[in-house]
Structures are given as structure tokens and as C-alpha cells.
Design a protein around this ligand. Sequence first.
Ligand code: HEC
Ligand code: HEC
Length: 317
Amino acid sequence: MRTTLWIWICIGVLYGGAMDSSEAKIELGHRLFYDADLSINGTMSCATCHEQKNAFTDGNIAHPGALGHEGKRNVPGLSNIGLFKNLTWANPYVSGLAQQALMPISGTNPIEMGMSGYEDEIAKRLRQNECYQKLFALAFGEEEESINLNNVTQALESFQKTLISNDSLYDQKIKNHQPLPTKEAQEGEKLFFGAAKCNLCHTAPLFSDDDFHHVQLHKLPIDNKTEDNGLFEATGKVKDRGFFRTPSLRNAALTAPYWHDGSAKTLIEAIQQHNLTINHKLSEKEMQKIVAFIQTLNDNSFVTNPKFGKPSNDCTH
Ligand code: HEC
Ligand code: HEC
């Protein structure tokens, strides 16, 4: 008991007493998010596909895994990801960010970080790193066994919960009770919440209702890829075929290409691809206005905040 206390005091002194266990989890998760040791051949971290400058997506239609296997779906951004009940494009059974993190690490459909069957290797690698020894001890207790895959995913969850984006022009408008700066964006806002009814699914403030819908216009698979049946693939229920979760539109101007299959190159194309009977047919001009509104959901501080960027090499946090 006494030794334990002393170790804690020493760690406390080392860190200036500044970091409690929840802060340590966040810092740990931050480092792990950027650590390619989480992939089989040390070539791929979470941040390889989830890049801060793109609001944590990667700019590609899909991203191949560490061993070159083809990616299956478009990489979603991670704005406010801790506030969603459902995660991923079309799987209602993913129960939280810790569980989700296992999908890229050990998933096989598709193979991304390639650690399936090699999960123990992760703890072995991390145990050799002094910075991780300190941070795992602070976050989960000082036993060597606290460096394990379960705690890796818990820490990744803690870090991802800090990925809050709420300082866009739109947020500033809400806070300060002022209209948006341009007339085009103001008119776009009116359409978005009015005649075009985008907010039915892209519901403020997350700009997603966190629910699944079938909105695809045409059914031609691109690039000879096999058809993606969306929600049906997880539930096996025929009625779920073609359903996908509404993506958030926060920072969407930074997350091209769009849709679960990356088939829309621009925001205009992404809007045109909806088969919406509920809205009146939008003119090109109206769509441009809506795009101007979506651009006001960009949050510059989110994509430049060093707390979310590549961590420094020294372990000073
Ligand atoms: C090879 C690229 C790749 C890597 C590496 C990767 N991801 Fe992803 N990520 C994706 C794709 C693609 C999806 C969407 C999967 C789907 O819906 O089927 C996704 C989805 C997610 C989601 C759900 C987002 C949402 O909107 O629901 C989270 C959270 C996430 N990834 C976190 C991580 C973490 C944490 C890591 C590292 C352990 C990681 N990702 C590594 C490509 C990647
Ligand atoms: C009935 C629900 C619903 C309505 C209404 C709706 N959307 Fe969507 N939207 C979705 C879904 C679901 C997707 C994802 C579809 C997919 O990938 O298969 C999507 C995708 C998008 C995307 C691509 C985002 C990304 O990250 O890939 C944009 C942009 C978008 N919608 C904008 C709009 C706008 C603007 C309106 C109003 C004109 C609108 N949506 C109306 C459900 C809806």
C-alpha cells in the first residue's frame, strides 16, 4: 500500500502534479491515435486515414489498408464523434468508440491495420516505450499489465471524445445572435432549414440525426465494385438494404469526396445524389446557396488545434 502511494507521489512530482487519470487517458489516446505501432508493419496509424487538416478524413474515395488491401468505404470525418450513438456508416451494433477502435486494428472486412491474430504484439511494443509506461501508469494504474489492448481502446475513446467542433461561423452566429456574414449563406441557411428540408436528417446542432436512411438516387455500382448493401450487411434484414447513417455536415467542406462510397466529388454532387421526394427540385443557384451555408460549418480552430495534431516526440505532453 505504502509503495503504491510512493509511486503515485513520484509520478505526481514528475508531472508537476498536473495530470489526473482522465487527462492521462486523453494524452495517451492522443499519442496512440498517431502511433503506427498499432499496425502490423508499422506503416499506418489512425491518423493516416483520419487527418486533422481534413477534419479527420483523408481526401480519398477509400483508403487501402497497411498491407495494401482495398478499402471498402469512404473515411468519415470525426467532428464531435463522441456525441453520436451510432458509429460507422451502417452498423447499429457498434456500441462505442472503444469497441469501434478494434475495427481498424483487428478487423478483416476490410483489413486496415492488419493486427488480427497479432493483438498481443501491440502491448509488447508499447511496453518498451518509457513514455507509454508513464502514461499507462497514470491513466490505469502502475501494473505492467495495464498496458493492454483493452486500455489502448479506452484511451483512444477518451481522446476522440475531445474532438469537439463548435466554433464555426454558424456557432458564432448562434452564440452572438447575429446573422451569417454573407447574403448567399443566409439564403442557403433558409433553404436548408426551410424549403429544402435538409435538417430533417442533417439535424442541427450535429447536422446529423444519427439515424439510417435510404437516399441513393441511382444504383449503378462504381468501378466494378460489388454493391454495398449498407445496413443490411449488419442486420441481414432485407428492408435495411441501401440504408446508411446520415453523415454530419460539420466541416463537410473539408471532407470531400462524399457518400459512403466516395462517389460524389463535390458538395453539389453530394446534394444532387439524393433521391429526395420531400424537397422541391433545387435549382443550381439554390444548391450553391446551400453550399455557401455548409461552408459556414467549417471550424478553423478544430483543424488547427495542436491538442488534436501530431503529438511532440518528447513525453512532456
Ligand atoms: C485504412 C484507413 C483507416 C484507419 C487506419 C483507421 N480508420 Fe477509422 N474509419 C475508416 C473507415 C473507412 C471508416 C468507416 C467504416 C465503415 O463505416 O464501414 C472509419 C470509421 C471510423 C469511426 C466512426 C466514424 C463515424 O462517423 O461513425 C471512428 C470513430 C474511427 N474510424 C476511428 C478510428 C481509430 C481510433 C483508428 C485507429 C485505431 C482508425 N479509425 C483507423 C478508415 C480508417
Ligand atoms: C432523408 C434524409 C436526408 C435528407 C432529407 C437529406 N440528406 Fe443528405 N444525406 C443523407 C444520408 C443518409 C447521406 C449518406 C448517403 C450515403 O452515403 O449513402 C447523406 C449525405 C449527404 C452529404 C455527403 C456528406 C458526406 O460526408 O459524405 C451531403 C453534403 C448532404 N447529404 C447534404 C444534404 C443537403 C444539402 C440536403 C438538403 C437539400 C440533404 N442532404 C438532405 C440523408 C439525408
